[in-house]
Each structure stands twice: as structure tokens, then as C-alpha cells.
Ligand binder design. Sequence first.
Ligand SMILES: Nc1nc2c(ncn2[C@@H]2O[C@H](COP(=O)(O)OP(=O)(O)OP(=O)(O)O)[C@@H](O)[C@H]2O)c(=O)[nH]1
Ligand SMILES: [Mg+2]
Length: 408
Amino acid sequence: MTLNIREKLLKEDYKEQEDIKSIPVIGLLDISNDEFEFLKENGINTIEDMVAKWKGAYSSLIKKIPKDRVNSWIAGSKLLLVSEKERITTGAKIVLAGIDNVGKTSLSIALKHRGALSLLFQRLYALTPTRGLLRSKIEVFGMDIHLNELGGQLIYREDYLQNPEQYFLGTDILIYIVDVQDADRYEESIEYLKQIVHVTKALKINIPWMLFFHKSDPDFELTAKAADVFNSMVNYIDENVEFFEPASNIFRTTVKLRSTVLGAFSHIFRNVVLIKDSIYDASKQVAEKLNADYFGLYDFRSNVCFAQYSKRDDLEELSHNAYYEAIETIVNMREPFLRVRRYTVDENLNENFILRDVKFGDERYIMAMLTPDEEIARNLDQDSIEEVIDEYLNDWIEFRSYAKFPMD
Ligand SMILES: Nc1nc2c(ncn2[C@@H]2O[C@H](COP(=O)(O)OP(=O)(O)OP(=O)(O)O)[C@@H](O)[C@H]2O)c(=O)[nH]1
Ligand SMILES: [Mg+2]
């Protein structure tokens, strides 16, 4: 759901104005003449002023105007400026497809599970086939991500292919999942993939595809034959789907190494979700401030890591693993972990892993970081973490209230 921010936030007369920065704030949909006069008295004339000068004027503004409204104006103005450079979305529909038993339901359970690993495997072991469409919603950074899982048994597949508009219209991303261990069904998997390509093409649905080679367990060895089959699958998608980059849209996943699941979904969500470049830059600044080689902010409920900076690629997987391992040992997640936790990740690696829950507004997040700096690791307290995140990231977290601003 890409948004036309101008359409959503501006009064009719201002929608066409070239330079967003210089639009007077009265151009915002719900600002009245009196309010505009009051804003001007406080030094705020244009959209740009709203973004640059609101801090100085805030205490005076909220004496006369409800805080919620002022916040939404600031947020709306920021969004307008950002929309010059970035694509803005308020949510996404993600479809998970693949033949039965490839592990679609398992993936979404493994992503969200907290608590002991043995419990996760018990849950997965007891799974029964999904009957038709299964919807679930996760909220990431204030954005609703709708996961639509298409139960893969043959009887249901027929329905999706015969009535594709019911299942595929409005989709932002399609994740196609293959079971790498089931060689007997590779052909069937390819056939179904081709059918989905056909029906989505016929509907002119041009969406990014992601390919999961699932059940790539640590002990699984790819045969030469399997490698050939997978190559032809990749080539087929590459040739027939416009938005598919083999280099960045293929993931090897397994529930046995949950960092692969977390890594894949977080990567995908960060790419569909609001203002990703700005969030990356802000994460980088937080990392630098904390002298961290890795910084990640995880959504408390979905575990998705939506703000992340990693100095080296290998630190990302390491941190996702450490994150899962750590939250498994925290029994009661309803209570905040009232202290900074330190873990040893790898004896040979000169890094301290630190986990800490943080709260912004009503939402809870979990911060993870890696730092080689003993000093920092020993002395870092929760206040200083919150301060830094507050300074760089909170503006973006606050977009949640924005994102809800007049947009339905
Ligand atoms: N070895 C291994 N088994 C897995 C993995 N992921 C899931 N499984 C198993 O695969 C089986 C099928 O998983 P489901 O998640 O129910 O498959 P599904 O794709 O949802 O199947 P339908 O709902 O019928 O479309 C279960 O027994 C899981 O335990 C994995 O990464 N490795
Ligand atoms: Mg299922």
C-alpha cells in the first residue's frame, strides 16, 4: 500500500504545489485559519518550519491546541518532507504460497515464538495442514503487516488459481516457499509456481517475489540434482517476474536455525515498511553513539527487527541468533527485564552482546547490541540507552501516530 502523501495530507489547493517545504502549514488538511495565525505567532509558517522549529514552540502550542493534533501536524509535515525522497507505506499484505507441507505455517510460528526451543518443536510437530486461506496480522513499527498464508493442499490450490483476484489482488509481496528436502515433489512445486506466475500475470499483478528454500537444516546436503532443479526455478522466476533479484530475494531458511527465519522476514519487512533509509541512518547513528558493531531494535510481539545497523554482515546473523537464545531464557516476557543483560556470544569474538527492553509510548521493543567496548558494556545503563534511542530513533517511532493521521 504505497501512499500518496500529498493526496492524504494536503488541502485541495496545495496538492499541486511544487516545493513541499514552502507550503504554508495551513495547507495541512485539518488546520483552521485561527490555528494558522496562532502557529505563525509562534514562528511556524511553512511545512519546513513545522519540522525545524516545532521543539521551540511546542510548549506554547499545546497550551491552546490539543497535543494529539499538534503531534499529528508535526508528523504529517515530516512525512511530507520525507515523501520527496522515499516511498511511504502504512501497511503491507504479504502472501505465503507453496505446496502443502513445505513449512509455511511453521515459518510464521517460528518467527513469533518465544520461550523454550523444545516447546517450539512440539508445536511444529503437531501442526496439521492449513485449510485454505489463513490470515494473521503482525504490527511492525506501527504498520500492520497482513500475512496471508495459502494452505497448499491440492484442493485449495485449485480455488486460488481459479479465483486469483480474491487471493492475490492488493498483495505487496509474494513469498514462494519450497521444501528442499522433498525431492519427490520438486516438480510439483515448480508446476505450482508457474501456475501462480501465470494467474498473477493475467491479473497484471506486478509484485516482488521472494523465494524461500526452506528446511535448509544445518545437516542438509544439497545434491547436484537438487541444485540443478533450484537453478532452473530461479531462472524461471527471473525471466517471468519483473520484480525479482536473485541476489537479494532468495533466502535459505530452516526452523532449526531461527536466525535464518528472523533474518529473512526482517529483511523483507524493512523493505516494505515506512521510511526505511531514514531508519537505517538513525540506527547507524545510535550504533556509533553506543560504540556498537551491531544495533537492532526488535518488535516485542513479532520479533521482527525493524531498525538495524550492522558493521559487518556476519554480525547480523550472530546477533539474531543471540537474540533468540536470550529471549528463550526470559520466562515472563510480560515483565520488563529491569536491567541490562549481558551474554557471551562467541569465545573467539571480542564482542559483548547486550539486550535490553525499551518502551516508547505504549509500545515495547527489545534492543540488542554488540560492542567490543568493555567499558561501555560494563557501564551502560538503561537510561543512557533510552536517551540515545530517543534522540535518534524516537522521531521515527513517533511516526506511528502520524501514520494514523488523517489516513483512514
Ligand atoms: N526439517 C524441517 N522440518 C520442518 C521445517 N519447517 C517445518 N517443518 C516441518 O514440516 C511439516 C509441515 O509444516 P507446515 O508448516 O504445516 O507446512 P505448510 O506449508 O503450512 O502446509 P499446508 O498448511 O498444508 O500448506 C511439519 O511437520 C513441520 O514440523 C524445517 O525448517 N526443517
Ligand atoms: Mg499450513
